[in-house]
Design a protein around this ligand. Sequence first.
Ligand SMILES: [Zn+2]
Length: 483
Amino acid sequence: MQRRRKSATCICLLFAMASLPACHSCAPSLPLRRHNVVLIVVDTLRADHLGCYGYGRPVSPAIDALAANGVLFAQSRSISSYTRESIAALFTGALPSRSGASGWNATPGDHTAVLAARLQSSGYHTAFVTNTNLLTDPGFTRGFEIVRQLESAWGVSRTSGRVASAALDAVTQLAPGPFFLYAHFLDPHAPYDPPADLRSRFVTHRDAPEVEVYRDLRPQLGLFLQQGFGPGEARYEQMVSRYDAEIADTDRAIAALLAGLERLGLRNDTLVILTADHGEEFLEHGFIEHAWTLYDESVRVPLIFAAPETLPRGSRSQRQASTVDVATTVLALLGLDPDAASGDGNALFEPSGILAPDKGQHPYVGELRVAQRNVVRALASGRWKYLAAQRWLAPDERTAAVQDQDSRAAEAIAPNAPLVREELYDLDSDPGEHHDLAPQSPPILETMRKQLASWAAAVASTTPPPTINAADRERLRALGYVE
Ligand SMILES: [Zn+2]
């Protein structure tokens, strides 16, 4: 756990407090103290495919209703576009370079505080329920009393309802609590294979052949592009509508989960948070799937906090927010020491439940550090977004990289490795990030380059040794990289 960055603030607070007379009635009110916490993560969920973020198709009534009863962060992003890096940061409140949970096998190391363990040590009962098989490493389940990994196969669909049922079973076991439930729904992740009723309701262009991301597009994307595959083309539109139907399936499961909490009489004492680990690319920058870039289609995710009668209702915040803020925010709202999970996160609310003032001093920092693919950092502040790559495969180089990745050792990219690519976008005039302003070298480019470099240098100076799990170590040893 890193405390160095916060120490100046703490000292200031101590001085401020020392100058005030003791006043018990001035103690901050903690309306969420001992509240249950339900953290819902929907894998691969783009914010712009939800009604509450402006989407035109009615795929997300339950999530929209949750937002209407809570606070929606309109500018929220995930810190990575790769699941394991993103969830590690969600749990630790620290970015990959700071925590060491980076790369293909990222996992929260034993040296890092994780939210579940922190809550458990404060008297919370804890449960982890998911249908992804990507988070089985003990680093992810540390601090959870109940762990339900519902699927051993990869890429499941039509199982969101089972996650909701298992989550409610776990809650029943943990009651009367207080409890922390982590529920991770994989279904919107490819392959996009929704249940029949939602397929007939939401899937368009049903006469077109079904194109599957991993089976068809990954190995021969170039061929599909030559054939005109893309926005407006039937196979593409059908594929995206199947993704929408998977969102609708998960939304239905979330409705069941929230209704179950209500039925158990727990809803008024529960803080519900909904977010995603990353978005999904649909050719906005020449490729598909995720874990390749930090463009907004890969990182713009929902972030909603709802607690009836406690947090503001129907509020939309325009402040910069990201998934790395979640752990710190939860601890602050519960009246627990946010420093226990801090590193890069900022509390988005005051302990009293009102939104924390946004003075614009907290830019978004994202990191994708999968050495087999791309190693990129992002900095977004106000209208500007800066991307700096230390390893970069162009879209037409990625198919070969994917076919090769399982047999290759990861060549770790040093935190301070030289940049191989820089991009700069004005999100006000170019929200799709298509007009790279870096070649024009505007003054803001140098400012953001320095800002990100100084963040990276500070992090590198405190980064603990990287963690290597047993399977990774075995693979590296077989390749002669580890003694
Ligand atoms: Zn994911």
